[in-house]
Design a protein around this ligand. Structure first.
Ligand code: SF4
Length: 374
């Protein structure tokens, strides 16, 4: 059984992470005792150097720990050098088949290479790539997905054939005494992805990059990725994650962060809870808008301070004062809807005072500031 749950406190459950061999990517640990990291990938052509640099910076500012860039041909290397010189973010080169590009990317200062060694060709070519990677301390990620399973050889795409395809490449590296390996095994099918990663994690200790491939966009991508990645993380599997979302890659990061917070892998400094509202909510109140406003204001004003103090708060926005304070008794602070333009300000389920709904957000913020930051 891979899901181990340890009771660490009254209401706290903690996942027990499977041990993997740590690799270092420009100072970023992946695997072992390193926190689960967030990855993304640029979708600007590498020839657009300024655009790529800008996108990497936006992704890094949003919370991405490692950014992958498609390096398609030898001409890309000159652009890669300029990008490398402009950013400190750990960078991974995505290289297909061409061993020379892999070597050139390593020599240009890339921090990790995604290439499948079984596709490089002769043993000599493999050795050349591995020598360059070793000389520069660059790990290699093997990436297998449904499309990379050799159907002539294996017949079907299944968790077992996905794992066997990954192992084919892993063995090439192992036969050459190369151990700085990461592996990703992805499918667009949630259950297949979960099962393949579970199988692989039972037979090798290399850090796993987890996620779905071709996961789509928007809500559908967020839900499906959360199920697959969340299930694996809660089973103790996964060292770095990517939410592959069609569109602007920065949208992936909010989902990835929320997944890590939800499984307890990252601390949520601000947690907003809100009821779904029901017939008890005064129709003049827009609880959804209030909750969004509370979250935005709290993040803008207090998140950095809370992080620096390593303190978390839970804030509730509830539809009625009849049940709201009781249902949100675990919240540090909250507001609940009343009648005739009034709301109730409460803390840990206890009434503090009546406030006007139109000034509920500033009143709530004032209360939080006075209690937490005095
Ligand atoms: S807190 Fe009140 S308004 Fe919200 S769901 Fe519960 S009973 Fe309904």
């Amino acid at each position: 059984m891979l899901l181990y749950i340890t009771i660490t406190g009254m209401n706290q459950l903690k996942r027990n992470r499977k041990h993997t061999r740590k690799v270092i990517v420009r100072g970023l640990g992946i695997g072992g005792d390193a926190p689960v990291s967030i990855q993304s990938m640029t979708n600007v052509p590498i020839e657009n150097v300024e655009g790529t640099i800008r996108q990497i910076q936006i992704l890094a500012d949003a919370g991405t720990d490692l950014v992958r860039i498609a390096v398609r041909n030898e001409d890309s290397i000159e652009y890669l050098k300029k990008i490398r010189a402009a950013v400190d973010t750990p960078l991974s080169a995505d290289v297909h088949f061409n061993y020379k590009i892999a070597i050139m990317a390593v020599e240009a200062g890339i921090d990790k290479v995604r290439i499948n060694p079984g596709n490089i060709g002769s043993a000599d070519r493999v050795k050349e790539v591995l020598k360059a990677a070793k000389d520069h301390g660059v790990p290699i990620r093997i990436g297998v997905n449904g499309g990379s399973v050799d159907l002539k050889k294996y017949g079907v795409v299944s968790p077992g054939t996905l794992v066997e395809s990954a192992l084919e490449h892993v063995r090439v590296l192992e036969d050459n005494d190369f151990a700085d390996i990461l592996v990703s095994i992805k499918s667009s099918d949630i259950l297949q992805t979960i099962e393949a990663n579970r199988l692989f994690s039972e037979i090798r200790e290399y850090p796993l990059h987890i996620g779905l491939t071709e996961a789509g966009f928007g809500l559908s991508c967020a839900v499906q990725s959360s199920i697959a990645i969340g299930h694996l993380l809660l089973s103790g599997i996964g060292d770095t994650i990517r939410v592959s979302m069609t569109g602007d890659p920065v949208d992936e990061i909010a989902v990835a962060k929320k997944i890590l917070e939800s499984v307890g892998e990252r601390k949520a400094y601000i947690r907003i809870i809100a009821c779904p509202t029901c017939g008890r909510t005064d129709p003049s109140l827009n609880i959804r808008a209030l909750a969004e406003s509370v979250e935005n204001e709290l993040r803008a004003r207090f998140e950095n301070e809370l992080r620096s103090r390593d303190r978390s708060i839970t804030v509730a926005v509830m539809g009625c004062e009849v049940n709201g304070p009781g249902e949100a008794a675990h919240a540090d602070f909250g507001i609940a809807g009343g009648r005739d333009g009034a709301m109730l300000l409460f803390s840990h389920g206890k009434k503090l005072r009546k406030i006007l709904a139109k000034v509920a957000v500033p009143e709530l913020l004032k209360e939080i500031e006075s209690v937490i930051f005095q």
